[in-house]
Write a protein that binds this ligand. Structure first.
Ligand SMILES: [Zn+2]
Length: 150
């Protein structure tokens, strides 16, 4: 799971894809909430801690970094423990922009990094029916679950 604030003028990156929007995620990296949630799920599945432990936001080498690089480094950690990814389910919760037309591009970007088929990457979107921070477009959240095999 990962959260980011949305801020006017920031680039909106999701699932490794740049999506045109007047707001984008605020963060030390490119604030790609979906890739961060997937990284966290991969690390969590192997009791490797969380994304903040491996890629601290106090480390300037990660400033504005493309989160695809973080996912790739996370994948290396998974491989080093002898695991591969079987499949992924994810949900992004936000009001705007509408993201599902970009899902094939996101699946492609994630599949290339994790060396699985796009068919094994589920990306879903939901709103909070205008309630709360996501409903007010102050931020967004992504959830991911992963299945690994040894
Ligand atoms: Zn994040």
């Amino acid at each position: 799971m990962d959260f980011h604030q949305l801020q006017e003028g920031r680039e909106f990156w999701l699932g490794g894809v740049h999506i045109p929007h007047h707001k984008g995620g605020l963060g030390h990296s490119d604030a790609d909430v979906l890739l961060h949630a997937i990284c966290d799920a991969l690390l969590g599945a192997l009791c490797l801690g969380d994304i903040g432990k491996h890629f601290p936001n106090t480390d300037d080498s990660y400033l504005n970094i493309d989160s695809k690089i973080l996912l790739s480094k996370t994948f290396d950690l998974i491989n080093a423990k002898g695991y591969s990814v079987v499949n992924i389910d994810s949900t992004v919760c936000l009001e705007h922009p509408k993201i599902m037309k970009y899902a094939p591009q996101m699946q492609q970007a994630i599949a290339e990094i994790l060396k699985i088929s796009t068919d094994d990457i589920s990306i879903k979107a939901t709103t909070t029916e205008t309630m709360g921070f996501a409903g007010r477009e102050e931020g967004l959240v992504a959830y991911a679950t992963v299945l690994l095999s040894k």
